[in-house]
Design a protein around this ligand. Structure first.
Ligand code: FAD
Length: 503
Protein backbone atom coordinates (compact mmCIF):
# COMPACT_ATOMS: atom_id res chain seq x y z
CA UNK A 1 0.00 0.00 0.00
CA UNK A 2 1.45 3.36 -1.04
CA UNK A 3 2.57 5.57 1.86
CA UNK A 4 2.31 9.37 1.82
CA UNK A 5 3.41 11.89 4.42
CA UNK A 6 0.12 13.81 4.23
CA UNK A 7 -3.30 12.94 2.84
CA UNK A 8 -5.84 15.73 2.29
CA UNK A 9 -9.51 14.80 2.03
CA UNK A 10 -11.37 17.31 -0.18
CA UNK A 11 -10.27 19.47 -3.11
CA UNK A 12 -12.24 22.60 -2.36
CA UNK A 13 -10.44 25.90 -1.93
CA UNK A 14 -9.22 24.90 1.55
CA UNK A 15 -7.82 21.51 0.51
CA UNK A 16 -6.25 23.06 -2.60
CA UNK A 17 -4.66 25.89 -0.57
CA UNK A 18 -3.26 23.40 1.96
CA UNK A 19 -1.94 21.23 -0.89
CA UNK A 20 -0.18 24.23 -2.43
CA UNK A 21 1.30 25.32 0.90
CA UNK A 22 2.58 21.78 1.48
CA UNK A 23 4.02 21.67 -2.04
CA UNK A 24 6.67 24.12 -0.80
CA UNK A 25 8.00 21.26 1.32
CA UNK A 26 9.54 17.90 0.51
CA UNK A 27 6.54 16.06 2.04
CA UNK A 28 4.81 13.49 -0.21
CA UNK A 29 1.21 14.68 -0.43
CA UNK A 30 -1.96 13.13 -1.86
CA UNK A 31 -5.40 14.75 -2.21
CA UNK A 32 -8.59 12.65 -2.39
CA UNK A 33 -11.64 14.20 -4.02
CA UNK A 34 -14.92 12.36 -4.46
CA UNK A 35 -15.98 14.52 -7.41
CA UNK A 36 -14.41 14.47 -10.90
CA UNK A 37 -12.72 17.84 -10.45
CA UNK A 38 -11.83 20.57 -7.94
CA UNK A 39 -14.30 23.25 -6.79
CA UNK A 40 -17.44 21.19 -7.52
CA UNK A 41 -18.87 21.76 -4.02
CA UNK A 42 -19.15 24.93 -1.88
CA UNK A 43 -15.95 26.47 -3.26
CA UNK A 44 -17.59 26.78 -6.67
CA UNK A 45 -20.89 28.08 -5.27
CA UNK A 46 -20.46 31.26 -3.28
CA UNK A 47 -20.36 35.06 -3.59
CA UNK A 48 -16.63 35.18 -4.39
CA UNK A 49 -16.13 38.02 -1.94
CA UNK A 50 -12.76 38.49 -0.27
CA UNK A 51 -14.07 39.79 3.04
CA UNK A 52 -12.30 42.46 5.06
CA UNK A 53 -12.92 40.89 8.49
CA UNK A 54 -15.40 43.28 10.14
CA UNK A 55 -18.01 40.63 10.90
CA UNK A 56 -16.28 38.27 13.32
CA UNK A 57 -15.54 38.44 17.03
CA UNK A 58 -12.05 39.73 17.85
CA UNK A 59 -9.69 36.90 18.73
CA UNK A 60 -11.78 34.25 16.97
CA UNK A 61 -10.18 32.04 14.32
CA UNK A 62 -12.61 33.43 11.75
CA UNK A 63 -11.52 37.00 12.45
CA UNK A 64 -7.79 36.24 12.47
CA UNK A 65 -7.78 33.95 9.44
CA UNK A 66 -10.09 36.27 7.51
CA UNK A 67 -7.85 39.32 7.95
CA UNK A 68 -4.69 37.31 7.25
CA UNK A 69 -6.29 35.64 4.21
CA UNK A 70 -7.45 38.98 2.84
CA UNK A 71 -3.92 40.37 3.18
CA UNK A 72 -2.49 37.43 1.16
CA UNK A 73 -5.12 37.24 -1.55
CA UNK A 74 -3.78 39.94 -3.86
CA UNK A 75 -0.36 38.29 -4.17
CA UNK A 76 -1.75 34.76 -4.45
CA UNK A 77 -4.06 35.83 -7.28
CA UNK A 78 -1.36 37.83 -9.04
CA UNK A 79 1.09 34.93 -8.86
CA UNK A 80 -1.44 32.39 -10.09
CA UNK A 81 -3.08 34.63 -12.71
CA UNK A 82 -6.52 34.55 -11.03
CA UNK A 83 -8.99 37.44 -11.50
CA UNK A 84 -9.14 39.55 -8.30
CA UNK A 85 -10.30 43.14 -7.76
CA UNK A 86 -10.22 45.09 -4.52
CA UNK A 87 -13.38 47.12 -5.18
CA UNK A 88 -14.43 47.81 -1.57
CA UNK A 89 -17.75 47.39 0.20
CA UNK A 90 -20.47 49.54 1.73
CA UNK A 91 -22.55 48.13 4.58
CA UNK A 92 -25.65 50.28 4.53
CA UNK A 93 -27.85 51.43 7.44
CA UNK A 94 -31.47 52.44 6.83
CA UNK A 95 -32.38 53.64 10.37
CA UNK A 96 -30.73 54.79 13.59
CA UNK A 97 -30.69 51.31 15.12
CA UNK A 98 -28.70 50.09 12.16
CA UNK A 99 -26.39 53.13 12.40
CA UNK A 100 -25.45 51.99 15.93
CA UNK A 101 -24.76 48.53 14.44
CA UNK A 102 -22.39 50.18 11.95
CA UNK A 103 -20.49 51.81 14.84
CA UNK A 104 -20.27 48.39 16.49
CA UNK A 105 -19.04 46.78 13.25
CA UNK A 106 -16.40 49.49 12.78
CA UNK A 107 -15.12 49.01 16.35
CA UNK A 108 -15.06 45.24 15.83
CA UNK A 109 -13.24 45.62 12.50
CA UNK A 110 -10.66 47.92 14.06
CA UNK A 111 -10.12 45.42 16.89
CA UNK A 112 -9.49 42.82 14.16
CA UNK A 113 -6.95 45.14 12.46
CA UNK A 114 -9.05 45.72 9.35
CA UNK A 115 -7.44 48.71 7.61
CA UNK A 116 -9.14 51.85 6.26
CA UNK A 117 -12.66 51.56 7.74
CA UNK A 118 -14.74 54.75 7.42
CA UNK A 119 -18.31 55.72 8.29
CA UNK A 120 -19.82 57.68 5.40
CA UNK A 121 -22.90 59.87 5.26
CA UNK A 122 -25.49 59.54 2.48
CA UNK A 123 -23.79 62.17 0.27
CA UNK A 124 -20.39 60.44 0.40
CA UNK A 125 -22.02 57.10 -0.25
CA UNK A 126 -23.49 58.55 -3.46
CA UNK A 127 -20.01 59.37 -4.74
CA UNK A 128 -19.03 55.70 -4.36
CA UNK A 129 -22.32 54.24 -5.59
CA UNK A 130 -24.72 56.66 -7.31
CA UNK A 131 -28.39 55.95 -6.51
CA UNK A 132 -27.65 53.93 -3.38
CA UNK A 133 -30.35 54.01 -0.69
CA UNK A 134 -29.65 54.27 3.09
CA UNK A 135 -28.68 56.98 5.58
CA UNK A 136 -25.17 55.90 6.51
CA UNK A 137 -22.63 53.34 5.36
CA UNK A 138 -19.53 51.61 6.64
CA UNK A 139 -16.88 51.63 3.90
CA UNK A 140 -14.32 48.82 3.95
CA UNK A 141 -11.77 49.42 1.18
CA UNK A 142 -9.97 46.07 1.52
CA UNK A 143 -13.01 44.01 0.53
CA UNK A 144 -12.54 42.48 -2.91
CA UNK A 145 -13.88 39.97 -5.40
CA UNK A 146 -12.21 36.88 -6.78
CA UNK A 147 -13.24 34.16 -9.20
CA UNK A 148 -13.61 31.31 -6.64
CA UNK A 149 -13.52 28.51 -9.22
CA UNK A 150 -10.38 29.79 -10.92
CA UNK A 151 -8.74 30.41 -7.54
CA UNK A 152 -9.38 26.82 -6.43
CA UNK A 153 -8.33 25.40 -9.80
CA UNK A 154 -5.11 27.46 -9.86
CA UNK A 155 -4.16 26.55 -6.26
CA UNK A 156 -4.64 22.86 -7.10
CA UNK A 157 -2.84 23.11 -10.44
CA UNK A 158 0.11 24.84 -8.81
CA UNK A 159 0.24 22.18 -6.08
CA UNK A 160 0.12 19.48 -8.76
CA UNK A 161 2.89 21.19 -10.72
CA UNK A 162 4.91 20.92 -7.50
CA UNK A 163 4.42 17.14 -7.15
CA UNK A 164 1.19 16.89 -5.11
CA UNK A 165 -0.82 13.86 -6.30
CA UNK A 166 -4.57 14.43 -6.94
CA UNK A 167 -7.00 11.50 -7.01
CA UNK A 168 -10.41 12.46 -8.38
CA UNK A 169 -13.50 10.22 -8.08
CA UNK A 170 -11.91 8.87 -4.88
CA UNK A 171 -14.40 9.04 -2.03
CA UNK A 172 -12.87 8.29 1.37
CA UNK A 173 -15.17 5.74 2.98
CA UNK A 174 -13.11 4.41 5.88
CA UNK A 175 -10.10 5.48 7.93
CA UNK A 176 -8.19 2.95 10.01
CA UNK A 177 -5.94 4.14 12.79
CA UNK A 178 -3.62 2.26 15.10
CA UNK A 179 -1.57 4.01 17.76
CA UNK A 180 1.46 5.70 16.16
CA UNK A 181 1.00 3.82 12.86
CA UNK A 182 0.18 5.62 9.60
CA UNK A 183 -3.56 6.04 9.02
CA UNK A 184 -5.12 3.88 6.30
CA UNK A 185 -7.74 5.43 4.03
CA UNK A 186 -10.02 3.30 1.91
CA UNK A 187 -11.57 5.06 -1.06
CA UNK A 188 -14.45 4.07 -3.31
CA UNK A 189 -13.56 4.67 -6.96
CA UNK A 190 -15.40 3.85 -10.23
CA UNK A 191 -13.23 0.75 -10.58
CA UNK A 192 -13.45 -0.54 -7.00
CA UNK A 193 -11.89 0.12 -3.60
CA UNK A 194 -8.30 1.29 -3.12
CA UNK A 195 -6.35 2.02 0.06
CA UNK A 196 -3.49 4.39 0.84
CA UNK A 197 -1.50 5.11 3.98
CA UNK A 198 -0.51 8.54 5.30
CA UNK A 199 1.33 9.74 8.39
CA UNK A 200 -1.00 12.74 8.78
CA UNK A 201 -4.54 13.14 7.43
CA UNK A 202 -6.29 16.48 6.97
CA UNK A 203 -10.07 16.36 6.83
CA UNK A 204 -11.31 19.34 4.84
CA UNK A 205 -14.32 17.65 3.28
CA UNK A 206 -16.60 20.70 3.73
CA UNK A 207 -20.23 19.61 4.11
CA UNK A 208 -19.05 16.01 4.60
CA UNK A 209 -16.29 16.83 7.10
CA UNK A 210 -18.62 15.78 9.95
CA UNK A 211 -19.04 12.31 8.39
CA UNK A 212 -15.28 11.95 7.89
CA UNK A 213 -14.71 12.99 11.52
CA UNK A 214 -17.12 10.25 12.64
CA UNK A 215 -14.98 7.68 10.79
CA UNK A 216 -12.25 8.25 13.39
CA UNK A 217 -14.66 8.70 16.30
CA UNK A 218 -14.42 12.51 16.46
CA UNK A 219 -18.05 13.31 17.19
CA UNK A 220 -17.91 16.61 19.08
CA UNK A 221 -19.59 18.64 16.30
CA UNK A 222 -22.54 18.30 13.95
CA UNK A 223 -22.54 19.91 10.51
CA UNK A 224 -25.91 21.50 9.55
CA UNK A 225 -26.30 22.26 5.82
CA UNK A 226 -27.69 25.75 5.22
CA UNK A 227 -28.47 26.69 1.62
CA UNK A 228 -27.91 30.09 0.07
CA UNK A 229 -29.62 30.80 -3.25
CA UNK A 230 -28.64 33.51 -5.74
CA UNK A 231 -30.00 35.30 -8.75
CA UNK A 232 -27.52 36.28 -11.46
CA UNK A 233 -28.13 39.50 -13.38
CA UNK A 234 -27.24 40.20 -16.99
CA UNK A 235 -23.75 41.58 -17.58
CA UNK A 236 -25.30 44.60 -19.28
CA UNK A 237 -25.87 45.91 -15.74
CA UNK A 238 -22.23 45.67 -14.73
CA UNK A 239 -21.75 49.45 -14.61
CA UNK A 240 -24.70 49.78 -12.21
CA UNK A 241 -22.58 48.54 -9.32
CA UNK A 242 -19.18 50.08 -8.54
CA UNK A 243 -18.83 48.62 -5.07
CA UNK A 244 -20.29 45.73 -3.07
CA UNK A 245 -23.46 46.70 -1.19
CA UNK A 246 -24.53 44.82 1.95
CA UNK A 247 -27.29 45.47 4.48
CA UNK A 248 -26.49 45.49 8.22
CA UNK A 249 -26.72 41.78 9.15
CA UNK A 250 -29.41 40.67 11.62
CA UNK A 251 -28.15 39.53 15.03
CA UNK A 252 -29.16 35.85 14.60
CA UNK A 253 -29.10 35.44 10.85
CA UNK A 254 -26.63 32.78 9.77
CA UNK A 255 -25.58 34.85 6.74
CA UNK A 256 -24.73 38.45 5.96
CA UNK A 257 -28.18 39.28 4.57
CA UNK A 258 -29.28 39.51 0.92
CA UNK A 259 -26.66 41.65 -0.76
CA UNK A 260 -25.45 42.83 -4.14
CA UNK A 261 -22.09 41.61 -5.27
CA UNK A 262 -20.35 41.66 -8.57
CA UNK A 263 -18.39 38.81 -10.09
CA UNK A 264 -14.98 39.42 -11.60
CA UNK A 265 -16.68 38.76 -14.97
CA UNK A 266 -19.15 41.63 -14.43
CA UNK A 267 -22.40 39.85 -13.46
CA UNK A 268 -24.25 41.20 -10.44
CA UNK A 269 -25.34 38.54 -7.89
CA UNK A 270 -28.34 39.01 -5.62
CA UNK A 271 -28.34 36.74 -2.59
CA UNK A 272 -27.63 34.52 -0.83
CA UNK A 273 -30.67 33.39 1.12
CA UNK A 274 -30.29 31.46 4.33
CA UNK A 275 -32.24 28.22 4.73
CA UNK A 276 -31.35 25.13 6.75
CA UNK A 277 -31.91 21.97 4.68
CA UNK A 278 -31.55 18.21 5.28
CA UNK A 279 -29.39 17.24 2.33
CA UNK A 280 -26.13 19.18 1.96
CA UNK A 281 -25.83 18.11 -1.69
CA UNK A 282 -29.17 19.71 -2.59
CA UNK A 283 -28.24 22.82 -4.56
CA UNK A 284 -31.65 23.42 -6.15
CA UNK A 285 -33.16 26.85 -6.55
CA UNK A 286 -36.68 27.30 -5.21
CA UNK A 287 -39.56 29.41 -6.46
CA UNK A 288 -40.23 31.04 -3.06
CA UNK A 289 -36.64 32.17 -2.57
CA UNK A 290 -36.35 33.41 -6.16
CA UNK A 291 -39.39 35.61 -5.50
CA UNK A 292 -37.85 36.91 -2.26
CA UNK A 293 -34.53 37.66 -3.99
CA UNK A 294 -36.28 39.59 -6.75
CA UNK A 295 -38.12 41.72 -4.20
CA UNK A 296 -35.15 42.38 -1.92
CA UNK A 297 -32.78 42.93 -4.85
CA UNK A 298 -35.13 45.53 -6.31
CA UNK A 299 -35.11 47.40 -2.99
CA UNK A 300 -31.32 47.64 -3.07
CA UNK A 301 -31.19 48.43 -6.82
CA UNK A 302 -34.52 50.10 -7.67
CA UNK A 303 -33.86 50.24 -11.46
CA UNK A 304 -33.96 46.41 -11.79
CA UNK A 305 -36.35 44.89 -14.35
CA UNK A 306 -37.60 41.31 -14.68
CA UNK A 307 -35.60 40.75 -17.88
CA UNK A 308 -32.35 41.52 -16.01
CA UNK A 309 -32.56 38.26 -14.02
CA UNK A 310 -30.88 35.59 -16.18
CA UNK A 311 -30.26 32.55 -13.99
CA UNK A 312 -29.96 31.20 -10.48
CA UNK A 313 -27.69 28.94 -8.46
CA UNK A 314 -27.21 27.88 -4.86
CA UNK A 315 -24.41 26.91 -2.49
CA UNK A 316 -24.61 25.21 0.89
CA UNK A 317 -22.88 26.38 4.09
CA UNK A 318 -21.49 23.73 6.46
CA UNK A 319 -22.76 25.37 9.67
CA UNK A 320 -22.00 24.20 13.18
CA UNK A 321 -24.95 26.03 14.75
CA UNK A 322 -28.36 24.30 14.67
CA UNK A 323 -31.37 26.01 13.04
CA UNK A 324 -32.93 26.94 16.40
CA UNK A 325 -29.76 28.85 17.36
CA UNK A 326 -28.78 30.39 14.02
CA UNK A 327 -25.80 32.75 13.96
CA UNK A 328 -22.26 31.46 13.71
CA UNK A 329 -19.82 29.07 15.37
CA UNK A 330 -16.10 29.73 15.05
CA UNK A 331 -14.10 27.64 12.57
CA UNK A 332 -12.97 24.36 14.14
CA UNK A 333 -9.41 23.44 13.15
CA UNK A 334 -8.27 20.79 15.60
CA UNK A 335 -6.02 17.77 15.87
CA UNK A 336 -8.04 14.88 17.29
CA UNK A 337 -7.00 14.37 20.90
CA UNK A 338 -6.70 10.56 20.78
CA UNK A 339 -5.33 10.50 17.18
CA UNK A 340 -3.30 13.74 16.94
CA UNK A 341 -2.18 12.96 13.37
CA UNK A 342 -5.81 13.37 12.26
CA UNK A 343 -6.60 17.07 11.74
CA UNK A 344 -10.23 18.12 11.30
CA UNK A 345 -11.52 21.32 9.71
CA UNK A 346 -15.20 21.73 10.49
CA UNK A 347 -17.70 24.51 9.91
CA UNK A 348 -15.57 26.27 7.30
CA UNK A 349 -18.39 28.48 6.07
CA UNK A 350 -17.91 32.14 5.14
CA UNK A 351 -15.26 33.61 5.18
CA UNK A 352 -13.62 30.27 4.28
CA UNK A 353 -12.80 31.34 0.72
CA UNK A 354 -11.07 34.50 1.93
CA UNK A 355 -9.33 32.69 4.76
CA UNK A 356 -8.05 29.74 2.67
CA UNK A 357 -4.43 30.96 2.30
CA UNK A 358 -4.21 31.66 6.06
CA UNK A 359 -5.95 28.39 7.00
CA UNK A 360 -3.38 26.60 4.84
CA UNK A 361 -0.47 28.18 6.71
CA UNK A 362 -2.05 27.30 10.07
CA UNK A 363 -2.66 23.66 9.09
CA UNK A 364 0.86 23.26 7.69
CA UNK A 365 2.26 24.52 11.02
CA UNK A 366 0.12 21.89 12.79
CA UNK A 367 1.42 19.16 10.45
CA UNK A 368 5.00 20.36 11.04
CA UNK A 369 4.58 19.65 14.75
CA UNK A 370 3.91 15.96 13.92
CA UNK A 371 6.25 15.36 11.01
CA UNK A 372 8.96 18.00 10.73
CA UNK A 373 8.75 19.48 7.22
CA UNK A 374 11.70 20.69 5.14
CA UNK A 375 11.38 23.30 2.44
CA UNK A 376 12.17 22.37 -1.15
CA UNK A 377 15.22 24.08 -2.54
CA UNK A 378 13.41 25.27 -5.64
CA UNK A 379 9.80 26.38 -5.36
CA UNK A 380 8.35 29.31 -7.22
CA UNK A 381 5.26 31.36 -6.21
CA UNK A 382 4.23 31.35 -9.88
CA UNK A 383 3.56 28.69 -12.48
CA UNK A 384 6.42 27.48 -14.59
CA UNK A 385 6.78 29.34 -17.85
CA UNK A 386 4.03 28.22 -20.27
CA UNK A 387 2.73 25.52 -17.92
CA UNK A 388 -0.32 25.21 -20.09
CA UNK A 389 -2.06 26.81 -22.99
CA UNK A 390 -4.54 28.75 -20.84
CA UNK A 391 -1.92 31.06 -19.52
CA UNK A 392 -1.09 32.04 -23.09
CA UNK A 393 -4.74 32.34 -24.10
CA UNK A 394 -6.59 35.33 -22.65
CA UNK A 395 -10.35 35.50 -23.28
CA UNK A 396 -11.36 37.27 -26.45
CA UNK A 397 -13.13 39.88 -24.34
CA UNK A 398 -9.70 40.88 -22.97
CA UNK A 399 -8.78 42.44 -26.34
CA UNK A 400 -10.18 45.46 -28.16
CA UNK A 401 -11.64 45.11 -31.64
CA UNK A 402 -8.49 45.75 -33.67
CA UNK A 403 -6.41 43.36 -31.55
CA UNK A 404 -9.11 40.69 -31.94
CA UNK A 405 -8.64 40.75 -35.71
CA UNK A 406 -4.90 40.30 -35.29
CA UNK A 407 -5.53 37.45 -32.86
CA UNK A 408 -7.88 35.66 -35.25
CA UNK A 409 -5.30 35.95 -38.02
CA UNK A 410 -2.68 34.30 -35.78
CA UNK A 411 -5.04 31.61 -34.41
CA UNK A 412 -8.19 30.91 -36.42
CA UNK A 413 -9.84 29.19 -33.39
CA UNK A 414 -10.35 32.69 -31.98
CA UNK A 415 -12.60 33.33 -34.99
CA UNK A 416 -15.05 30.55 -34.05
CA UNK A 417 -17.44 31.84 -31.39
CA UNK A 418 -18.69 28.92 -29.32
CA UNK A 419 -20.60 30.80 -26.61
CA UNK A 420 -22.43 33.75 -28.12
CA UNK A 421 -23.67 35.26 -24.84
CA UNK A 422 -20.22 35.48 -23.27
CA UNK A 423 -18.36 35.81 -26.59
CA UNK A 424 -16.16 32.79 -25.86
CA UNK A 425 -14.15 31.38 -28.75
CA UNK A 426 -13.06 27.86 -29.60
CA UNK A 427 -9.49 28.83 -28.66
CA UNK A 428 -10.63 29.52 -25.09
CA UNK A 429 -12.52 26.23 -24.86
CA UNK A 430 -9.49 24.31 -26.13
CA UNK A 431 -7.28 26.03 -23.61
CA UNK A 432 -9.74 25.16 -20.81
CA UNK A 433 -9.63 21.50 -21.86
CA UNK A 434 -5.86 21.55 -22.23
CA UNK A 435 -5.17 22.57 -18.62
CA UNK A 436 -3.39 20.47 -16.00
CA UNK A 437 -6.37 18.37 -14.92
CA UNK A 438 -7.79 18.31 -18.50
CA UNK A 439 -11.48 18.33 -17.55
CA UNK A 440 -13.82 16.13 -19.52
CA UNK A 441 -16.91 17.33 -17.66
CA UNK A 442 -18.92 20.24 -19.01
CA UNK A 443 -19.07 21.70 -15.51
CA UNK A 444 -15.27 21.61 -15.37
CA UNK A 445 -15.03 23.46 -18.67
CA UNK A 446 -17.67 25.91 -17.50
CA UNK A 447 -15.67 26.66 -14.33
CA UNK A 448 -12.59 27.35 -16.43
CA UNK A 449 -14.11 29.28 -19.33
CA UNK A 450 -17.57 30.59 -18.26
CA UNK A 451 -19.41 28.74 -21.06
CA UNK A 452 -23.18 28.44 -20.52
CA UNK A 453 -23.22 31.17 -17.88
CA UNK A 454 -24.94 33.72 -20.13
CA UNK A 455 -28.51 34.45 -21.08
CA UNK A 456 -29.10 31.33 -23.24
CA UNK A 457 -27.96 28.98 -20.43
CA UNK A 458 -25.92 26.81 -22.77
CA UNK A 459 -28.61 26.29 -25.44
CA UNK A 460 -26.22 27.46 -28.17
CA UNK A 461 -22.80 26.49 -26.84
CA UNK A 462 -23.23 23.08 -25.21
CA UNK A 463 -23.71 21.05 -28.43
CA UNK A 464 -20.65 22.79 -29.90
CA UNK A 465 -18.54 22.07 -26.82
CA UNK A 466 -19.61 18.42 -26.91
CA UNK A 467 -18.29 18.24 -30.48
CA UNK A 468 -14.99 19.87 -29.47
CA UNK A 469 -14.62 17.49 -26.50
CA UNK A 470 -15.33 14.43 -28.64
CA UNK A 471 -12.75 15.47 -31.21
CA UNK A 472 -10.14 16.48 -28.63
CA UNK A 473 -10.33 13.32 -26.52
CA UNK A 474 -11.48 11.02 -29.34
CA UNK A 475 -14.43 9.80 -27.25
CA UNK A 476 -18.12 9.13 -27.90
CA UNK A 477 -21.04 11.26 -26.70
CA UNK A 478 -21.85 8.75 -23.97
CA UNK A 479 -18.47 9.40 -22.34
CA UNK A 480 -19.32 13.07 -21.77
CA UNK A 481 -20.56 13.97 -18.31
CA UNK A 482 -22.03 17.12 -16.82
CA UNK A 483 -20.29 16.64 -13.46
CA UNK A 484 -19.28 12.99 -13.24
CA UNK A 485 -20.22 9.39 -14.04
CA UNK A 486 -23.65 9.87 -12.45
CA UNK A 487 -24.58 12.73 -14.76
CA UNK A 488 -24.02 11.57 -18.35
CA UNK A 489 -25.03 14.14 -20.94
CA UNK A 490 -26.40 11.50 -23.32
CA UNK A 491 -28.14 8.30 -22.33
CA UNK A 492 -29.24 6.68 -25.60
CA UNK A 493 -29.92 7.02 -29.29
CA UNK A 494 -32.76 8.69 -31.16
CA UNK A 495 -34.18 6.80 -34.16
CA UNK A 496 -34.49 9.14 -37.13
CA UNK A 497 -37.22 9.04 -39.77
CA UNK A 498 -34.76 7.29 -42.14
CA UNK A 499 -34.29 4.46 -39.64
CA UNK A 500 -30.66 5.15 -38.67
CA UNK A 501 -29.64 5.80 -35.07
CA UNK A 502 -28.47 9.24 -34.00
CA UNK A 503 -26.75 9.89 -30.68
C1 FAD B 1 -23.88 30.77 -0.21
C2 FAD B 1 -22.45 30.90 0.20
C3 FAD B 1 -21.77 32.11 0.05
C4 FAD B 1 -20.45 32.23 0.46
N1 FAD B 1 -19.79 33.40 0.22
C5 FAD B 1 -18.50 33.51 0.59
C6 FAD B 1 -17.77 34.70 0.32
O1 FAD B 1 -18.27 35.59 -0.35
N2 FAD B 1 -16.51 34.81 0.79
C7 FAD B 1 -15.93 33.83 1.52
O2 FAD B 1 -14.80 34.03 1.97
N3 FAD B 1 -16.56 32.66 1.75
C8 FAD B 1 -17.83 32.49 1.29
N4 FAD B 1 -18.49 31.31 1.50
C9 FAD B 1 -17.80 30.23 2.20
C10 FAD B 1 -16.85 29.47 1.27
O3 FAD B 1 -17.47 29.18 0.04
C11 FAD B 1 -16.43 28.20 1.98
O4 FAD B 1 -15.95 28.52 3.25
C12 FAD B 1 -15.34 27.46 1.23
O5 FAD B 1 -15.67 27.28 -0.12
C13 FAD B 1 -15.11 26.12 1.91
O6 FAD B 1 -14.15 25.42 1.18
P1 FAD B 1 -13.82 23.93 1.56
O7 FAD B 1 -12.68 23.55 0.72
O8 FAD B 1 -13.71 23.82 3.03
O9 FAD B 1 -15.14 23.10 1.21
P2 FAD B 1 -15.69 22.53 -0.18
O10 FAD B 1 -15.53 23.49 -1.29
O11 FAD B 1 -17.06 22.05 0.10
O12 FAD B 1 -14.73 21.32 -0.48
C14 FAD B 1 -14.82 20.10 0.22
C15 FAD B 1 -14.53 19.01 -0.78
O13 FAD B 1 -14.49 17.75 -0.11
C16 FAD B 1 -14.99 16.77 -1.00
N5 FAD B 1 -15.39 15.59 -0.23
C17 FAD B 1 -16.43 15.49 0.62
N6 FAD B 1 -16.47 14.26 1.15
C18 FAD B 1 -15.43 13.56 0.63
C19 FAD B 1 -14.95 12.25 0.79
N7 FAD B 1 -15.56 11.37 1.60
N8 FAD B 1 -13.85 11.86 0.09
C20 FAD B 1 -13.23 12.72 -0.76
N9 FAD B 1 -13.66 14.00 -0.95
C21 FAD B 1 -14.74 14.42 -0.25
C22 FAD B 1 -16.17 17.49 -1.65
O14 FAD B 1 -16.56 16.87 -2.87
C23 FAD B 1 -15.60 18.88 -1.85
O15 FAD B 1 -15.03 19.07 -3.12
C24 FAD B 1 -19.80 31.14 1.07
C25 FAD B 1 -20.47 29.92 1.20
C26 FAD B 1 -21.78 29.79 0.75
C27 FAD B 1 -22.47 28.47 0.84
Amino acid sequence: MELFDVAIIGAGVVGAAIARELSKTTARVIVFEREADVAFATSGRNSGVVHSGIHYAPGSLRARLNVAGNASMKDVCKNLNVPFEQIGKLTVAFDQDQVSQLHRLRAQGEANNVPGLELLDATRMQTLQPGIAGIKGLYSPTTGIVNPMLLTIALAEHAHENQVVFKFLHEVKAIGSHYDEPLVMTCATPTGEVSYKAKVVVNCAGLHAGKIAMLTGFDSYTVYPCRGEYFVLDKQLKDELNILVYPVPGAHSGGLGIHLTKTTEGNILIGPSNEYIDDGDDVSSTKAIMKQLKEEGSELLPSLQTGDFIRSFAGVRPKLTPPELGGYHDFVIEAQEDIPRMIHLLGIESPGLTSAPAIARMVVDMIDSHIPLSLKRHWSETFKENTNLYRRCYPLSHYDLSDRQELMRSNSDYGTIVCRCEQISKAEILSAIDRIFGPITLNGIKNRSRISTGRCQGGFCIPRIVTILKEYHDIGSKDIWWKGPNSPMFIGNLRTAGGSDNE
